[in-house]
Design a protein around this ligand. Structure first.
Ligand code: PHE
Length: 358
């Protein structure tokens, strides 16, 4: 019989030396596995005579138990070490200061739309919406825009590919189709505003292919041009936060309004700085007029019974004027430094009487 003390020391040494669970398992197999050293010796016991077998058996069992216990203890220790290492790796240092979260800001376009909705909302206008991909009827025909009108030309309008029936949809060239959709679906009296995107094939210092407008429409039995003027005057004073801001209504032409006017606000540009409501200069902010009877008829509203006004203002232009933003193209460059400079905290919304309330 092999020297058992030697065997035990060997195996216990190997167990102690095992550096990880895989190494330890190799030692276990080499000792207690089917062909392990202890197992082989156990098998050999049968060849001994009974007395020798008993003592050798007891001795061998002691070695076996010692080795098995050592393996179990080492296994536990190695598992603890592995767990410690994993916990140390995953550790969250709850005492670390939090990472600074940046406060997001509203884009001046969103802010200006919010301001327009807040002010006109107080005057009783509800927000209406319509699709940005429009059909010819809503964008042109129902608005009394004749087939030969330049706004329909390929170089002004973004047309979508021709449909099977030969019709072509367009990216709406103004927010006025929302007037049509509202009149088609709503019985007068009507008071809506439609803020949103519009598209024209134009790109230079003062034009971008996508821009924003806010459209307003009021239809009732006795709505007249005086209401239109009063509404725009109150709106502009509230929006620009200038009491009694002088407005100028310049005769103009739109196919969908008659009479039509362009709206200017008074300003001064002395010394290169723009001041709104002072001086003797004028700046255009949008178009307006009394809804054309043909437009009403196209929407099944009787122009003998109802009349109304509409106006459309350029959102970017209003933002540039109020917040002193010099270049239109910067609105859509998504430059974070620009947004941080010109952006707004949420809830900075004006009201008719109070101006901006933070
Ligand atoms: N739709 C016109 C434009 O885009 C603006 C407008 C709206 C004019 C409503 C009159 C009435 O230029």
């Amino acid at each position: 019989m092999e020297n058992l003390d030697q065997l035990r020391d060997d195996l216990l040494g190997a167990v102690a030396a095992a550096e990880d669970l895989t190494g330890l398992d190799t030692v276990r197999v080499s000792a207690l596995g089917r062909k392990g050293r202890i197992t082989e010796l156990m098998k050999g016991l049968g060849k001994l005579d009974p007395d020798a077998r008993r003592t050798a058996g007891q001795d061998l069992n002691q070695v076996k138990t010692a080795v098995a216990d050592a393996i179990e203890a080492r296994k536990q220790a190695l598992e603890d070490i592995a767990l410690e290492a994993q916990l140390a790796g995953d550790a969250i240092d709850v005492s670390l200061p939090i990472r600074p979260e940046e406060q997001g800001l509203l884009h001046p376009v969103s802010q200006t739309i919010d301001e327009a909705i807040a002010i006109l909302g107080e005057m009783g206008f509800a927000v209406a919406e319509g699709p940005e991909i429009e059909d010819d009827f809503h964008n042109f025909t129902a608005l009394n825009i004749p087939p030969e009108h330049p706004a329909r030309q390929m170089h002004d309008t973004f047309y979508l590919p021709e449909a099977e029936d030969g019709s072509r949809k367009v990216l709406r060239t103004h927010t006025s189709p929302v007037q049509i959709r509202t009149m088609e679906s709503t019985e007068p009296p009507i008071r809506i505003i439609a803020p949103g995107r519009a598209y024209r094939c134009d790109s230079d210092m003062t034009h971008t292919p996508m821009f924003h407008q806010v459209e307003a429409l009021a239809i009732d039995k006795e709505t007249h041009f005086g209401h239109l003027k009063g509404c725009l005057m109150d709106f502009c004073s509230a929006y620009f936060e200038v009491d009694d801001l002088p407005l100028r209504f310049r005769p103009s032409y739109f196919p969908f309004t008659e009479p039509s006017a362009e709206v200017d606000i008074q300003c001064s540009r002395e010394g290169g700085t723009l001041k709104i409501g002072k001086g003797d200069d004028w700046l255009e902010i949008g178009g307006c007029g009394m809804v054309h009877p043909n437009v009403m008829t196209a929407c099944n509203i009787d122009p003998e019974e109802y009349q109304g006004f509409a106006f459309g203002l350029g959102i970017e232009r209003m933002a540039m004027l109020k917040y002193g933003i010099p270049d239109l193209r910067t609105f859509f460059e998504s430059d974070l430094r620009w947004l941080k400079h010109y952006g707004f905290l949420p809830l900075e919304v004006p009201t008719l009487i109070r101006g901006l309330v933070p």
